[in-house]
Design a protein. Sequence first.
Length: 338
Amino acid sequence: MPPLARSLIFASLASIVASQKILLTNDDGWAVAIIRAQENALNDAGYDVVLSCPAINKSGTGSSTATPTPVPSPGCEFSTCPTASPATGFNATNPRENYVNAFPVDSARFGIQTLSPKFFGSPPDFVVSGPNVGSNVGSTVLISGTVGAAIEAALEGFPAIAFSSATGSQVSYTTLDSDPTSTSTRSALVYSQLAVNLVDQILSTAKPFLPAGTLLNVNFPSFFNACSSVDDFSFVLTRINSANSSTPPDVATCGTTRLPTESSVIARSGCFISVSVMLSSNKGDANSTMQGVVLGKLAPILTCSKRRYLLKLDNLVVLVATLLRYILEKVFSLDVDW
């Protein structure tokens, strides 16, 4: 999809989805830069946002759960709360930014069951987990706290997306202002806006936003020169696990009934973002019917990775052929008829 068309779609969606209630969670902790960038992006888009995240980095804890306890030494991550702080707490200058000293699952649960009634006066409309610092593809989803938090939301009956990013650093939110030109900051800002674009599209559709018993697992590819602005990226429908001869067909799209794996898509040149439909029951791939529902909802912003790659390859071939023809005609005075 051309960048201008994509921009017009996302601009038109903004007015439709404004003021919907979003609970934001993660596993990297409440003060990491990328989660605050996501909070800012959602707020800027007009969403009503409450943040509920672990007090410290709890990456790789999957669906572990525990009763929150007072914060141990040396306190919350990046010195954002002192040792022996309460088991749950908030930013004194912004009570909507909350920590939970337990696991990502517990942070999501606390946000849904305690913070949402307090700030929204109702349950959240949607739950966003991440973006995570680091990818969560294939079997990695089984141990991902980012995925675990989104799974908790889905199990409680709320639509959710787990976002993860290939580029980023476990750094304080203060670096968003103190180091604005760093790759960590620049990638966090772009990834966060891309996440908003996907949430916008989902929330512009009719309820239920996602099929019951599912969530989305989304992975952003590496951030570098060719993939460094929002318009450089495209969303591709994928599957989590590799298929074999006995795997049932996926939804029919892009001329095939077999979706590419998320790991293969984010590794391709072309700035492709993988979007997989996950079962909340086992963190595996949803069936073709469920994939089809998501395909219908995301169709305006999805692309076919191979098709886009081939179009780029075609353009390169044309460019090389044009250059070669120019050299043959102008330098060697040959008459070229092709």
